[in-house]
Design a protein. Sequence first.
Length: 113
Amino acid sequence: MSALESYADPNEVLAEARRWLEEGRSVALATVVATWGSSPRPVGSQLIVDDRQAMLGSVSGGCIEGAVVEAAGAAMKDGKPRLLEFGVSDEDAWSVGLACGGSVQVYLERLEP
């Protein structure tokens, strides 16, 4: 399995998370919990990140995953869940050639073995 796969079946994501935990890795799970307007991934999309920055799944198609990976590192260290919010206004979206703006909320939590 590659270090980054942009889409994976949710069952595959959770099964891989379990394997990583069984290997003794720290793991964080990010889940899209709300969207508005244009969003590259629907509610329920998931991404796992381990303490080596290996990833599987997707919550954005790439545009916010760097920020999610950074927050996942912090969540793995302190154990505190986070609700992350990302968005682009309609005006900003239009200026870069997108039809409309949108936002996404991502719930991030450290998984326990």
